[in-house]
Design a protein around this ligand. Structure first.
Ligand SMILES: Cc1cc2nc3c(=O)[nH]c(=O)nc-3n(C[C@H](O)[C@H](O)[C@H](O)COP(=O)(O)O)c2cc1C
Length: 188
C-alpha cells in the first residue's frame, strides 16, 4: 500500500524543502523512493532525517508540483534535524536506517522515531483525491500524451464539480494552469 504524503526535509543549513511523495510502510519502517535528482534525497543524506506530513490540504500537493505555491509554513521537528508542515493533521519523524542506492531511484528505509497528531481526519473527499491524481498527472506531463491527460482530467473534473470546496478548487486551477503552460511551451 502506498500513501500519498508531503515529505519535508531540511538541508544542512536548516533550509526547508517540501515535496509530495508516496510512502510505503514495511516491517515498521517507512520506505521513500525519490527519483534522482532530488532535493529530498540530498537532504535525507545530509541530515539522515525526514518528516512525513499527513495532510488533506491538497494545495500543498498541487502547489509544489506546479511550482505555483511552494513555500508552505514549516516549523522545527521535535526529535530530528528537519521540519514539519505547520498545518498538518499528523506527522511522523524519520531517521535514515538504510540507503539502498540506485542511479535512477534509490530506496530510503527510515525508522520512525516520533509521531504526533494535531487535528482530526475529517473523512474522505473525492475532490481531494482528484487533486492528488491530477498532481500526479502534472508531474508526468513530459511522458503522457495530451489525449490521455485530457481524458483523465475530464473524469477527475466530475469529482471537483460535485464535491470540491474552495481549497480544492484553488488547487485544481493551479493544475489546469500548469497543463496549459506545459502545452504552450511545447508548442513553442
Ligand atoms: C502524489 C504525488 C506523489 C509523488 N511521489 C513521488 C515519489 O514517490 N518519488 C518521487 O521521486 N517523486 C514523487 N512525486 C513527484 C515529486 O513530488 C517531484 O518530482 C518533486 O519535485 C521531487 O523532487 P525533489 O525531492 O527534488 O523535490 C510525487 C508527486 C505527487 C503529486
Amino acid at each position: 500500500m502506498i500513501y500519498e504524503t508531503i515529505v519535508t526535509t531540511a538541508d544542512r543549513d536548516g533550509r526547508p524543502h517540501i515535496a509530495p511523495m508516496g510512502v510505503r510502510f514495511e516491517d515498521g519502517f517507512a520506505i521513500l523512493a525519490p527519483f534522482r535528482p532530488s532535493a529530498t534525497l540530498d537532504n535525507v543524506i545530509a541530515t539522515r532525517s525526514a518528516v512525513i506530513n499527513f495532510t488533506t490540504d491538497v494545495r500543498v500537493f498541487a502547489g509544489c508540483v506546479t511550482g505555483y505555491a511552494r513555500d508552505w509554513p514549516t516549523i522545527a521537528a521535535d526529535k530530528v534535524p528537519s521540519v514539519r508542515l505547520k498545518a498538518t493533521l499528523a506527522h511522523s519523524e524519520l531517521r535514515l536506517a538504510e540507503l539502498r542506492d540506485d542511479e535512477t531511484r534509490p530506496v530510503l528505509r527510515m525508522e520512525c522515531v516520533h509521531r504526533a497528531t494535531h487535528a482530526p481526519f475529517a473523512g474522505f473527499n473525492r475532490a481531494q483525491a482528484a487533486v492528488v491524481e491530477g498532481a500526479i498527472l502534472v508531474s508526468r506531463l513530459f511522458m503522457l500524451s495530451p489525449e490521455k491527460v485530457d481524458s483523465e482530467i475530464a473524469y477527475l473534473q466530475i469529482a471537483i464539480d460535485k464535491t470540491a470546496g474552495d481549497i480544492e478548487r484553488e488547487a485544481w486551477q493551479w493544475l489546469l494552469r500548469a497543463i496549459e503552460a506545459h502545452r504552450a511551451k511545447a508548442a513553442g
